[in-house]
Structure formats: structure tokens, C-alpha cells
Design a protein around this ligand. Structure first.
Ligand code: GDP
Ligand code: MN
Length: 387
């Protein structure tokens, strides 16, 4: 479970990490009240579960109430790469002398926690890792001993933290490790960890991801799952009990079974396409399930074409075809669909589709062919072989 910045900061504060004081608000008037409480200048920050908010215009400085109103009004409702802003975090603005980076995460291959630190914070850390790997310090921690102050100090020094703040950086690393461990986090990241001109070290951002499997141990944290900020289509899918994941592209993908859906993503990417979402209808998809799935896929406006990849096992091809025909009668989609039906009762299914002659539905014989077709259709290029 990913946490919003302000929720992550609450966990930080619980474990002694320094953060700026602020308030989470849902409207402009709330923001104005928060501004008066925390004191100007303030930073207005979009609370969405995606990084790079600053670059997208979701983080703004306000010197006074007028600017706060303007920024809060602009940022609320803003869509940041598919995430709508429902909540703002208003915090007292910090002066910044340096921006560092710190993170604790689980290194699955080493089966150990990993501490990362860099003095090149505030930017995309993957960029630093690629361009200047030695500027990103990576140290494993012995899970039984934990992160000692000595090890934290050596990480801070090796990373090149300014000499006068090395102790504070080490404290921050130890506290961050404590957050990671005590809260059962998968990731606890601070970017940037700032040094103020008054030489105080403080977390200016928070990215925390909690382990869902350990949530039962943290009743306090269970309420942090924020349905208002969840993608509404993902929330609907969850209610209907289907696996739906939103992505950034323009091709909707539906398959039955997780493995098939994953390989469908791969072949679409290989054909030069970019999936907008994927949905696993699971085994035994009946007509009603197919209709729901089509509705979910099309609820995303970015979808320009849909690839329906069904390999019948328990799921019968004729049933899927009937579901699709029924769904089309009710929904009347305007985007093209490519259907690849194989496996149990595939001949019957394909015949049903052909007879129904649904507008904008194309049949493909193989997965690769289906991928090529859907990529072409999404790009507005014509293809042959209508159903
Ligand atoms: P992100 O873009 O989603 O990672 O959001 P951040 O919380 O990291 O903010 C982006 C950038 O805005 C930071 O790297 C800072 O440069 C800047 N910023 C955020 N808060 C403050 C602040 O209190 N004072 C100043 N001067 N800059 C800030
Ligand atoms: Mn950041």
C-alpha cells in the first residue's frame, strides 16, 4: 500500500524524523485556514500517489493568502499523469541550502534491507544512479543488528554529506530505518532530504510503501488506505473482484489468467504499442463478467483500441463470444476491438463473432497478429480481417 506524502510524513514524525509542520486539506478555504496556522510562506503540494509532482506543476510556493488561493485552486482537481488531486498538503516553506536523498528498502535478491544515500537529491535518483553511480551510496544492513549509528555515520560521510551535518544525516538514516522496520514498510524514501541555511536536516518529501501482508500488525495504518485518492476505475474493479491495473498508454488489454495477460502486455510492447490498462477476467468468464470487463476497460478515456486475448481452458470460447456480443449490444463501444480466441470451443466462438458482425471488431488468428493489429488500430491505421 502506497502512502501519500503527508501520511508518510506522519510516520516519519512518529519515529523522530524531522518534517515541516503542515495540514492536509481538501478545498481552497481549508488551504487558507492551514496557511494561517502554519505561517507564510507555505508550499502547496498535490497529494497523489505518483512522483514528479514538482515538474508537473503540483508543488508551488505561496508568499501570501492570495497566492495560496491561486495555487490551491489550480492544483485541486489537477490531473497528474492519470492521478486526480483531491487533497493538498500545505506546509511551512523551507529555505534550502542542499538537497540530499535517502532511502531504506528491501533488497529481495540479497534478502536484506538496503540503505541508499546521495548528496544529489531533489532530482530523479535513477538518473543519478545511471550517470554517476558512485554518488549513490548503497549499503546492506544486518537485519538482526539493525542500522547502527556507526554504520549510518559512515554512510553519511562516504556519501559526501557536509561535515557539519553528518551527525544529523546519520540520525535521519537511523530514524528512516526505524520507520522501515517498525512500520513494516517495503520502501521508505526521502527525496529531498534537505539541509537548511540554518544547517538543519529535514525530510521535505516522503514516499512510503507499506507491506500489505503485514498490515494486520498495524491497525493504525490500515485507515491510511485512501479510497478518495485511489484510481476510481481500480476501485470499481476491486469491488467487482477483477484484477485491473492502470498504465499510461492507449491500448486496453483483457485476457483470462494472469500469465496470459502478462505475455499479452509483452507482445503488445514488442509490436510497438503501449498498454493503457490490463484486466484479468480470470477463469470461467461468463457473459456478465465480460460485459463488466469491457465497461471497466473503456472507462479509461485514454483507450484507443482494445485487445481481447482469450485462451479457453475452463473458459469456453463460445461463452466469451456471447459475452462480447451482449456487451457490445449494451455498451456500443466506439473504439476498435481485436479478438484472439483460442482453446476450448474456439471454432464455435469465432463463428458466433463472425455471424454477429459487430462493428469495429477484428479477429486475429495468433497473439502476435492480434498485437500488430491493435497497435495499428490504436495509431489510427487501417487493418484487414474484420470479424
Ligand atoms: P516531487 O516532485 O513529487 O518529488 O515533490 P517534492 O516534495 O520532492 O517537491 C519537489 C521540489 O519542490 C523539491 O525538490 C524542492 O526543490 C521543491 N520544494 C518542495 N518544498 C519546498 C520548500 O518548502 N521550499 C522550497 N524552497 N522548495 C521546495
Ligand atoms: Mn520528491
Amino acid at each position: 500500500m502506497d502512502l501519500l506524502e503527508y501520511q508518510g510524513k506522519q510516520l516519519f514524525a512518529r519515529h523522530g524524523l524531522k518534517v515541516s509542520s503542515g495540514r492536509a486539506v481538501a478545498d481552497v478555504e481549508g488551504a487558507v485556514a492551514a496557511g494561517a496556522e502554519v505561517g507564510y510562506p507555505v508550499v502547496v503540494k498535490a497529494q497523489v500517489l505518483i512522483g514528479g509532482r514538482g515538474k508537473a506543476g503540483g508543488v508551488k510556493l505561496a508568499e501570501d493568502e492570495q497566492q495560496l488561493r491561486e495555487h490551491a485552486g489550480n492544483i485541486l482537481g489537477m490531473n497528474i499523469r492519470g492521478h486526480t488531486v483531491h487533497t493538498l498538503w500545505i506546509e511551512h516553506a523551507s529555505d534550502i541550502a542542499a538537497e540530499y536523498y535517502a532511502a531504506v528498502l528491501l533488497d529481495r535478491s540479497a534478502k536484506k534491507p538496503l540503505v541508499m544515500f546521495s548528496t544529489e537529491g531533489g532530482v530523479d535518483i535513477e538518473e543519478v544512479a545511471a550517470r554517476d553511480p558512485e554518488r549513490l551510496i548503497r549499503r546492506h544492513v544486518d537485519l538482526l543488528r539493525g542500522l547502527s549509528r556507526e554504520q549510518a555515520l559512515s554512510i553519511a560521510r562516504e556519501g559526501g554529506a557536509d561535515a557539519d551535518v553528518v551527525e544529523q544525516v546519520a540520525d535521519a538514516l537511523v530514524a528512516l530505518y526505524e520507520v522501515w522496520l517498525a512500520e513494516d514498510a517495503i520502501l521508505a524514501e526521502i527525496n529531498p532530504l534537505i539541509v537548511t541555511p540554518a544547517r538543519e536536516v529535514r525530510a521535505l518529501d516522503a514516499k512510503v510503501s507499506l507491506d500489505d501482508n503485514a498490515l494486520f500488525r498495524h491497525p493504525d495504518n490500515q485507515s491510511l488506505s485512501d479510497t478518495a485518492n485511489e484510481d476510481p476505475i481500480e476501485a470499481r474493479a476491486k469491488e467487482q473482484g477483477v484484477q485491473y491495473v492502470k498504465l499510461d498508454g492507449d491500448i486496453g488489454i483483457l485476457g483470462n489468467g494472469a500469465g496470459l495477460v502478462m505475455s499479452t502486455l509483452d507482445v503488445v510492447a514488442q509490436a510497438g504499442g503501449s498498454p493503457a490498462n490490463f484486466l484479468d477476467a480470470g477463469g470461467g468468464s461468463n457473459a456478465e463478467k465480460i460485459r463488466q470487463a469491457v465497461e471497466l476497460l473503456l472507462a479509461n478515456d485514454a483507450v484507443k483500441a482494445v485487445l481481447f486475448n482469450i485462451f479457453g481452458g475452463i473458459t469456453r470460447g463460445d461463452e466469451v463470444a456471447r459475452g462480447l456480443i451482449e456487451a457490445f449490444e449494451q455498451i456500443k463501444p466506439v473504439v476498435p476491438f481485436v479478438v484472439r480466441l483460442d482453446g476450448t470451443n474456439d471454432v464455435e466462438g469465432r463463428r458466433l463473432l463472425q455471424e454477429a458482425a459487430l462493428p469495429n471488431v477484428y479477429q486475429a488468428a495468433t497473439m502476435n497478429e492480434a498485437a500488430e493489429m491493435v497497435v495499428a488500430l490504436a495509431a489510427g491505421r487501417p487493418v484487414g480481417a474484420r470479424a
